[in-house]
Structure formats: structure tokens, C-alpha cells
Design a protein around this ligand. Structure first.
Ligand code: 13P
Length: 276
């Protein structure tokens, strides 16, 4: 089916207290695993591309292959730009056929974040794609946690009109060094005042009971990158170690890796959808 935007899949998920998994891919095999897993479970899925891949020119070909997988799939697939850093990246992703974008100015002062995101919302609306943004800041690559403040979060939503809002409620990107404190009550307070689907970044390693609790309270999209890609790399490493010096064509080398990555994603989708 044609690719869809987040607006076709997330509002229903929020109403039904389930979440759609959003997985960062970096090559054909990871993209294939994500789409195959969604198909096996007959569930929608969001395929995300890091913004650096837009900068270095890989976003267009990767986007094209995700579009091809999605268009030939019976399940709804969203192609989303993750953590777009500028309006130029957002425009480039839209031109490349992404059906959804994020503009992340969460480290800028409130007024500047709001002003830039408003411009991106206009771009997205004109192009017919969905848009996510972030208030507060979910740490990544050494940046500090800034928990979303309730009043500021409501003002940000009202001033921008984003389709989905990433909130900072205690998670962090990457592997945790210490157990995170997830602010379940804050999530519920935000959800009571912000009607659009909320997004949880930093899905890897976040305690499952907390993920379930926030899905019950307004989170309708959960992002997972590190654990998925680490699992993929472990399987690939095993294959390479087992092969030793023997030549194996890359598609044959990767086939079992794609299969095990598909199983990994299926588990994630099942959990987010409330099927387990
Ligand atoms: P993790 O790498 O912690 O799973 O976070 C993914 C993410 O939020 C991508 O935006």
C-alpha cells in the first residue's frame, strides 16, 4: 500500500492505549527486518532514518528502498526523519519522499525552539507529511537531561500544533549507565492537556513496566535504535566468526541475520501493541 504519515497510525494508537514502534535503520537489511516484522504481525510500523544520513547523501537511496518495501507491503509503513536538525534537512527529507519528519530544536531556548518548529510545521503541512518535535531534552551523545515542564510543554504544543510531541520523562538515548527514573505521573499530566500522540525517545533498555505504564498514559510512538542495531551487529558478528576465512556472498551471509533481526523487532512490536 502507499506509505502513510504518522497521522494515519498514531492517533488511533493513542486512543487505544497502544504504541507503534519506530525503529532506526541504516541499511537494506535492517529496513527489511523492520518491514517484515510488521507484516508478520499485521501491524503498522515507523521506519526512521538518522538525520546524519540526510547530510551525507544516504538518506535519499535509503528512503527510496524503504518506500519500495512499504509500497509493496500490506501494512501501513511510515518513513520518518529522526532528529532533523534544520529546516534544510526537513525540506531535503520531504523532497526524498519521507512521509514524516522531526525537527528537533530541543536544546535551543523555548522561544527559538517554538519559532523554528512553527516554520517546520508549515513546511510539513504544505507537503502533506506529519511532523514531530521535542520539548524538554532527552539526552544523547553526552547532552544533559532536561525534563519536560508541564506548562511549557502545553504552551509549546499550542504554539506549534505539531502532530506528535516527544517528551522528556526520564529516558535517555543509548545504553543506560544507571537505571532511569521514568516520570509516569508527569506523562499522564501532559497527556491530559496535550491531545496529540506523545513520543518516547530512548526506548532501548527502558524498564518494560515503565514503558507499559507510559503507553497507558499517552505515549503512542516508542523509538528504538541502540538495542535493535546492537542485536543486529551481534548476529552479524556471530555469522562472520562462524565463517572464518570462508567466502560467503553478502546476501547469503546476511540472510540469517535479517531473520533474527525480524524476530527481535516482532517482540518489540508485540509489546508496544499490547499483544504480550
Ligand atoms: P535508543 O537508541 O535509546 O533506543 O533511542 C532511540 C531514539 O530515541 C531515536 O530517536
Amino acid at each position: 500500500m502507499p506509505l502513510v504519515t504518522m497521522n494515519e497510525v498514531l492517533p488511533a494508537a493513542r486512543r487505544e492505549h497502544r504504541a507503534v514502534g519506530a525503529f532506526n535503520i541504516g541499511n537494506y537489511e535492517t529496513a527489511l527486518a523492520v518491514v517484515r516484522a510488521a507484516e508478520a504481525l499485521d501491524q503498522p510500523v515507523i521506519v526512521q532514518v538518522y538525520s546524519r544520513l540526510i547530510d551525507n547523501g544516504h538518506g535519499e537511496p535509503l528512503g527510496a528502498l524503504v518506500r519500495n518495501l512499504g509500497e509493496n507491503s500490506p501494512v501501513p509503513v511510515v518513513l520518518h526523519l529522526d532528529h532533523g536538525a534544520s529546516l534544510e534537512q526537513v525540506e531535503r527529507a520531504i523532497r526524498a519522499g519521507f512521509t514524516s519528519v522531526m525537527l528537533d530544536c530541543s536544546q535551543l531556548p523555548f522561544e527559538e525552539n517554538t519559532a523554528r518548529v512553527r516554520q517546520a510545521v508549515e513546511l510539513a503541512r504544505n507537503a502533506g507529511v506529519s511532523i514531530e518535535s521535542e520539548i524538554g531534552h532527552v539526552p544523547m551523545g553526552g547532552s544533559s537531561l532536561a525534563v519536560s515542564q508541564l506548562e511549557e510543554t502545553v504552551r509549546f504544543y499550542e504554539a506549534t500544533g505539531v502532530d506528535a510531541l516527544a517528551v522528556s520523562i526520564g529516558t535517555a538515548h543509548g545504553f543506560y549507565r544507571e537505571k532511569p527514573e521514568i516520570k509516569v505521573d508527569l506523562c499522564a499530566e501532559i497527556a491530559a492537556r496535550v491531545p496529540v500522540p506523545l513520543v518516547l525517545h530512548g526506548g532501548s533498555g527502558t524498564p518494560r513496566d515503565k514503558v507499559r505504564a507510559v503507553i497507558e498514559r499517552g505515549i503512542a510512538k516508542v523509538n528504538v535504535a541502540t538495542e535493535f542495531q546492537y542485536d543486529y551487529q551481534q548476529r552479524l558478528r556471530e555469522r562472520l566468526n562462524a565463517a572464518g576465512d570462508k567466502f560467503i556472498a553478502v546476501d547469503l551471509l546476511e540472510a540469517p541475520v535479517v531473520e533474527s533481526s525480524t524476530e527481535f523487532i516482532k517482540e518489540e512490536i508485540r509489546f508496544f501493541a499490547g499483544l504480550i
